[in-house]
Ligand binder design. Structure first.
Ligand code: ACO
Length: 376
């Protein structure tokens, strides 16, 4: 036998109605709508509705959907106390993973995987995740917790809970675009993890917990934090070229570049680059943007021939920094949005389930005699 494909590259392992990716042409669509269209004209809430229902909502449908999301922001009794008993130095991704898992213990019927039940649970988790993250961030900064603002959008409410003041329209819009661009992306590693877990007919909480664990890795969503660390390490725009070429010579990966599927420009990076530039200008962070742009130029000359371009994580780092988020909140922001995609895939998996159970090719020895312990 040898159908072995390392990393399952190019293997089609599921069908989806949600996102379409053409990695050669640099196309991403949600239910057929190009990501650029949604980012420039839509909202995160509309995008989630689209992904979960395969159609854009009417005004009445969107109002009802928004009311549902806003109605679930509060945490179950006792959750806030649990959050403020966590070690302050814990990474917010570990906190998010643990607290999403903990939400299952506040659900009287956590194992129910009927589609309507899962949909309702997914809505609650999507709605409560921003509260979990904002509460933890306020607690570790020694600030009073700010309760959800039910008149604000998903993006506006999160920034409000984090900062204690209503965000500007521009900041809310910028954050909303980040949420839209990260919501779904085919059978990426964390989505696959979620589908693998739910395929055993386990529960939504377990599947999402696995997905968050996967996303945290630096080869996946954790790369956005790595990008910011790299930007902080490079003292100035003039130092970009030797820094990047040095890393490439040492065969080190440049965080925020390369993708398993895109061998051309990642359209999410294009959207986020424009946004990062605007925000950097508005917030006095142009040096950060210029360093990012210079890294892109150096990489273009050095490795574009190999099909390595900026991915979604590259300009999201500058964007999140300009929005005022601390570095360790970057990956949780990705998770916040991707809960929409993971949940949609979990629903799709449950609608037409078959247990994931690939094979491993055994490459060890055979017929080995058993050696008694004192003769080894
Ligand atoms: N910097 C430098 N070289 C790179 C990079 C990079 N970021 N990415 C790929 N390469 C090179 C590899 O060294 C390899 O070169 P070689 O053929 O000379 O050995 C070649 O390109 C192919 O790379 P692989 O790692 O084999 O590609 P794969 O499809 O397995 O990996 C991955 C994709 C993991 C995203 C990779 O590009 C990477 O590690 N990038 C950096 C981390 C990152 O930004 N991850 C976020 C991805 S987007 C997302 O998950 C949300």
């Amino acid at each position: 036998m040898s159908d072995f494909v390392k990393g399952l590259a190019g293997i089609v392992a599921a069908e989806t109605n949600m996102s379409f990716i053409d990695g050669q042409k640099g196309i991403l669509e949600y239910v057929g709508i190009p990501i650029g269209e949604l980012a420039s004209k839509g909202t995160f809430e509309e995008s989630v509705y689209l992904l979960w229902n395969q159609k854009l909502p009417t005004r009445a449908e969107l109002d009802a959907f928004n009311a549902q999301i806003r109605g679930y922001h509060d945490l179950p009794a006792g959750m806030a106390n649990r959050l403020i008993s966590l070690p302050m130095q814990a990474h917010p991704m570990h906190v998010l993973r643990t607290m999403i898992s903990a939400l299952s213990m506040h659900d009287p019927d956590p194992n129910n995987i009927e589609l309507d039940a899962v949909r309702d649970k997914a809505m609650k988790i999507l709605s409560r995740a921003p509260t979990l993250i904002a509460y933890f961030d306020r607690y570790r900064r020694g600030l009073p917790l700010i309760h959800p603002h039910k008149e604000l959008s998903f993006a506006g409410n999160f920034l409000y809970m984090l900062n204690g003041v209503a965000p500007t329209e521009a900041m809310t819009r910028a954050f909303d675009i980040c949420m839209i661009t990260h919501a779904d992306h085919g059978l990426n590693n964390s989505t696959f993890a979620a589908r693998v877990v739910i395929s055993t007919l386990s529960d939504l909480y377990s599947a999402l917990t696995a997905a968050i664990g996967s996303l945290r890795g630096p080869l996946h969503g954790g790369a956005n934090e790595g990008v910011m660390r790299m930007l902080n390490e490079i003292p100035s725009v003039d130092e970009v070229e030797p820094y990047i070429l040095g890393k490439l010579e040492r065969k080190e990966k440049i965080m925020g570049f390369g993708h398993r599927v895109y061998k051309n420009v990642d359209p999410r990076a294009t959207e986020l680059k424009t946004l990062a530039r605007q925000l950097a200008e508005d917030t006095g962070n142009m040096e950060l943007y210029e360093k990012s742009n210079a890294i892109e130029q150096v990489m273009e000359k050095a490795v574009a021939a190999k099909g390595i371009y900026p991915n979604v994580d590259f300009y999201s780092a500058t964007t999140y920094h300009c929005i005022g988020l601390s570095l360790d909140l970057f990956t949780p922001m990705f998770a916040l949005s991707r809960i929409a995609g993971w949940s949609g895939h979990i629903l799709e998996q449950l609608e037409d389930n078959r247990l994931y159970r690939p094979a491993a090719e055994y490459v060890g020895p055979h017929d080995v005699p058993y050696t008694p312990i004192d003769q080894r």
